[in-house]
Design a protein around this ligand. Sequence first.
Ligand code: PEP
Length: 256
Amino acid sequence: MIRRGKLYIVGNWKMNPDTYDEARHIATVVCRSARSAQRTVTTVICPPAPFLALLARSRRPICLGTQDVSSAFDGAYTGEIAARHMRSVGATYAIVGHSERRRSGDTDTTVREKTLRSLEAGLKTIICVGEESRDDHGAFLSFVRNQLLEALSALPKKHCSDVIIAYEPVWAVGGNYQDALSPDHIHQMVIFIRKVLSELWGRADAMRVPILYGGSVDLENAKRILASGEVNGLLVGRRSLDATEFSSMIRYAATI
Ligand code: PEP
């Protein structure tokens, strides 16, 4: 097994919870496990942007990430949120190319621009890739390869150490927890993604890029995936809002 280094447990809260008080409560509970695990686990929470700015006011043993950034640097883009604005209020991570953003219109070109804006702003950038569906002929592999090349080919190499890949098969995001991809299949995708990254950046740099799995992760399948999926961590959606369950994932990751 390849030495994995620190594991990442990343929570994507999407458009939840309802209030800042609830957000603060979840963050406070998660912080207890994050603190005890921090030597071996990096915990990242990606809350809605207004909550991020407020949560960042207190020092916590967790990192904060934005769920998206604008593809523009500045200018007349009403309602957009610039990467550098998120950096300025305390974000150190960003998710780009999430399937829910792609479904709302982000193309591969948009994802490439967002990736660049995010990295230029100094954010560690979690780029989501994943096929819509699986087939028996390997077309899904070409699809994922293309997403990676589109997002990364034009990237100055100096940024590669701030890139994190989240493999999130679209059909598994927001689905049934029993339908999350099996650890064996996840391991195959990790090997495949590293191969594509090696073509771009060479083996040594490709081996250093953390690769996460996301798609209907709960505590039960998280344990199996972390133990034998050969991933560097997890991107967790719905279950990251359950402070107790998310905390258990962090504590489990610390035992690996
Ligand atoms: C996600 O939002 O990235 C995600 C994987 O969601 P869920 O865990 O709810 O499938």
